[in-house]
Design a protein around this ligand. Structure first.
Ligand code: SAH
Length: 446
């Protein structure tokens, strides 16, 4: 491939560069290491028992088979699917098309409650809601619902906690509790759709630009806004989530099979699934290169986002511990492969951290590495770092943010400064981690 010959090598800042170089270690952060001395990464979740089997875990054929096993006609499976995927309910009282006799038992078998609400926080304008859910085993997860002009975005979790150990992310610092089941992933979308249906998400779309005076359009996630093609009598399209980002808790590609099954069900037409469009679904990853290539082969026009955060291995080794396994160039090659295979433009996530990764020379190096792999295949989403509890770093200031964007622009790399929706309710990127208070509240529910 062409860019392999023109491979760029990281370079040091130009002589005379007066910006300090802050690194996690110099700020007192200590990389946790595994017994082999390499950075700690948790791929295997501790065994904690399985969540109850749910209709959302099954294919349509298996749903019918399960209903038949219970001695009922197969069409009952379709009715239950309609209640969950189109009416967003698991309440037997609302299922008047099912015979009263045995209804509660059937619903308990196929639609057991998976998410218990612990807390629901909303922004003052009501356009953003953060949900804190308790799972069957006490594990806590969060999802964040955001209304934008023309679309409704849900940021969902793929794992309880996260094993990737990124120092600037609250979830990463809390470690991995376990993988979510397919139905637990889907249930977050169903619950959000229910909240919208019930009028709990403010109807007026507002947006918040984080950088005061910024002329850049505020855009939380770089996904092309699009109208929902699905006609649904029960719930109009603008009354449900039409944009999903796997940017809540967890590393989606570390829970690959369950995440893919959940995505396929999101895409299946109602009532077999949620009838969503693949272009409205974004999978975000720290850069598990083989899994990115596998995702490319799925044959789905999903949006892929790579959390890069540094163009040089020296810094990325510290910022994104998975860089110990797959280096910047390997992650970028896999991202480019994703574009070539799917035709979908890749997003590069870049949290701007003051004096750590926001140097102009890094913007240049980033642009060089992206351009070396072709033109028009990638879009950069810088986002000012969100503060996390006990965080020792801060967001880049306005001047350096603008300079970073300018350098990318000069190099012909499209970039959009992302806003940080939900900051006031700790619902912004990297801020998702249950506080001690919330854990106590959740424990009181059990
Ligand atoms: N594990 C996946 C998805 C979850 S994080 C991933 O890393 O991509 C979603 C995005 O939020 C990632 O780009 C992540 O790097 C970013 N993020 C994490 N902590 C952040 C923080 N404190 N401020 C801004 N962005 C953050």
């Amino acid at each position: 491939m062409a860019w392999e010959n023109g491979r760029v090598t990281p370079r040091e800042p130009a002589a005379g560069a007066d910006r300090p170089q802050v690194r996690p270690a110099t700020e007192g952060w200590v990389q946790r290491t595994a017994t082999d001395g390499r950075p700690l990464l948790q791929f295997d979740a501790p065994r904690r028992g399985k969540p109850p089997l749910h209709l959302g875990d099954l294919t349509p054929a298996d749903r019918a088979a399960r209903v038949a096993e219970l001695g009922l006609p197969a069409f009952r499976a379709k009715q239950l699917s309609t209640h969950w995927f189109a009416h967003y309910t698991h309440d037997p009282a609302e299922m008047t098309d099912l015979p009263k006799q045995g209804r509660a038992e059937l619903v308990a078998q196929l639609l057991p409650p998976l998410l218990t609400p612990v807390r629901e926080l909303r922004t003052d304008d009501g356009g953003t809601i953060k949900f804190l859910w308790r799972l069957f085993d006490g594990a806590l997860i969060e999802s964040v619902l955001m209304r934008y002009p023309g679309r409704i975005t849900l940021c969902i979790s793929s794992q309880a906690g996260c094993g990737m150990n990124c120092p600037f992310c609250a979830t990463g610092q809390a470690g991995l509790t376990r993988n979510l089941s397919t139905a637990e992933i889907l249930a977050q979308v169903v619950a959000a759709n229910r909240a919208i249906r019930d009028g709990r998400l403010s109807a007026s779309a507002t947006s918040t630009a984080l950088v005061p005076g910024s002329s850049l359009p505020p855009s939380a996630f770089d996904v092309e806004p699009e109208s929902d093609p699905i006609e649904d009598d029960a719930v109009p399209a603008h009354h449900r989530v039409n944009n999903i980002v796997f940017m809540g808790m967890g590393e989606p590609l570390a829970n690959y099979n369950r995440v893919m099954r959940a995505i396929r069900t999101m895409l299946a037409p109602q009532p077999d699934g949620l009838g969503m469009s693949a272009r409205g679904i974004t999978v975000s990853s720290v850069g598990l290169a083989p899994a990115i290539r596998r995702l490319a082969e799925e044959g789905l026009p999903l949006t892929f986002a790579l959390s890069l955060h540094a163009p040089d291995d020296e810094l990325r080794d510290d910022l994104i511990p998975i860089n110990d396994r797959w280096k910047v160039d390997e992650a970028l090659d896999a991202a480019r492969h994703y574009f070539e295979t799917t035709g979908r433009r890749v997003s590069i996530e870049y949290a701007l951290i003051k004096d750590m990764n926001d140097h102009a020379w890094r913007a240049d190096l980033l642009a060089e590495k992206l351009n070396a792999r072709g033109r028009g295949w990638v879009h950069v989403n810088p986002i000012p770092l969100n503060p996390t509890p006990g965080s020792i770093w801060t967001a880049s200031d306005r001047a350096h943010t603008q300079e970073f964007l300018r350098r990318l622009d000069v190099a012909g790399i499209p970039a959009t400064l992302r806003d940080t929706r939900g900051k006031e309710i700790d619902g912004a990127c990297g801020q998702l981690a249950a506080t001690e208070e919330e854990q106590a509240e959740a424990a009181a529910l059990s």
